[in-house]
Design a protein around this ligand. Structure first.
Ligand code: SD4
Length: 327
């Protein structure tokens, strides 16, 4: 039988332990303690496992997250079967493939190109803008001239498959670009390396059969992607017009700065979209992938069907994200 004294001892010990654990949980928040085995880590929109693999190849050799996200994004950019990014991307309504991309490093430097034609790797041009010019963004023919001056090669990016899809679209062409709620391939990728440097990148050919000159969210810092080494990073996919109106990636990072877990931050921003733009949200998809400084991740979308690629702890996974609306 326990004596009263034993009981008291145990209770005191119990509350001290609980108190210590509670204090420790709080302290890990305050002192920015990372999740165990969290780094390095990379996350990307959609089933982009080859891209996360390429990023991991850099990260696992103690490489820099900036190099990792550039290497990762270059994979779909060169893939002719990926009809939303780079080579093989669907053209605008006049048959031109026009590309958007942006990149950020751990210092908060940013580079971006939009409405760029004939260059297979806009992400690498965006990096050159960031590192070799005093500017953040170059556009259209100026971006092309800049790329050529840096040794990039001018190429025809319209594949037969993309041309045929465009020809088919022209038969019934009603100009109403809708990002439906099925699969797309725009790549947004964010990563944290072993030295805890955060970087992000995003690349797309934008909406299929868009009006010539249309630019979406993907090259806009804070919309298609945002990275802040103090907090974390986020990247978007889906209907750029909706992401632009809310600067979604920036907003997610700011939600995390105020203390939200990456998952909760993504959910909050998707809910805000639905509140403000219920009509647009009914049949258009938007999704985000998110990492925070501790190596925790999150992903969320308006509609079911959004998956993401996550490479962490030596495992390359494709995971179905949660969504606000049910099937
Ligand atoms: C855009 N956000 O240009 C891009 C499109 C996209 O998967 O994400 N497609 O609006």
């Amino acid at each position: 039988m326990k004596s009263r004294r034993d009981f008291l001892h145990q209770s005191i010990l119990g509350s001290l332990t609980a108190g210590t654990l509670g204090f420790w949980a709080k302290a890990t928040e305050w002192f920015d303690v990372p999740e165990k085995g969290a780094f390095p880590v990379v996350i990307a929109t959609w089933d982009n496992q080859k891209a996360t693999q390429a990023a991991w190849d850099v990260l696992s050799k103690n490489g820099r997250s900036l190099d990792a996200v550039e290497a990762g994004v270059r994979i779909p950019e060169a893939d002719p079967l990926d009809t939303s990014v780079g080579y093989g991307g669907f053209p605008d309504r006049d048959g031109n493939v026009t590309l958007d991309a942006c990149i950020m490093d751990e210092f908060g430097n940013a580079g971006s190109v939009n409405f760029l034609e004939h260059i297979m790797h806009p992400i690498s041009v965006a990096r050159k803008v960031m590192e070799e010019t005093p500017h953040v963004m170059l556009s259209g023919s100026g971006a092309l001239e800049f790329a050529l001056s840096k040794g990039f090669i001018k190429e025809d990016l319209l594949t037969e498959v993309a041309r045929e899809a465009w020809e088919k679209w022209k038969i019934t062409s009603e100009y109403k670009p809708v990002i439906n709620i099925e699969r797309h391939d725009t790549i947004g990728m964010v990563a944290i390396d072993a030295q805890r440097r955060i970087a992000g990148a995003c690349s797309t050919s934008g909406l299929a059969f868009k009006i010539r000159g249309r630019v979406g969210d993907s090259p806009i810092i804070g919309a298609g992607m945002f990275a802040d080494n103090e907090v974390g990073a986020a990247a978007a996919t889906g209907l750029g017009e909706m992401v632009l109106r809310t600067l979604g990636s920036f907003l997610i990072v700011e939600e995390m700065r105020r203390g939200k877990h990456p998952q909760k931050a993504a959910e909050e921003v998707i809910r805000r979209l639905a509140r403000k733009y219920p009509k647009d949200c009914a049949d258009n998809q938007v999704g985000y992938v998110v990492l925070d400084r501790k190596g925790r991740h999150g992903a969320y979308s308006l509609h079911p069907g959004f998956n993401y690629s996550l490479y962490q702890g030596g495992q390359n996974l494709v995971v179905e994200a949660g969504s606000l609306f049910a099937k």
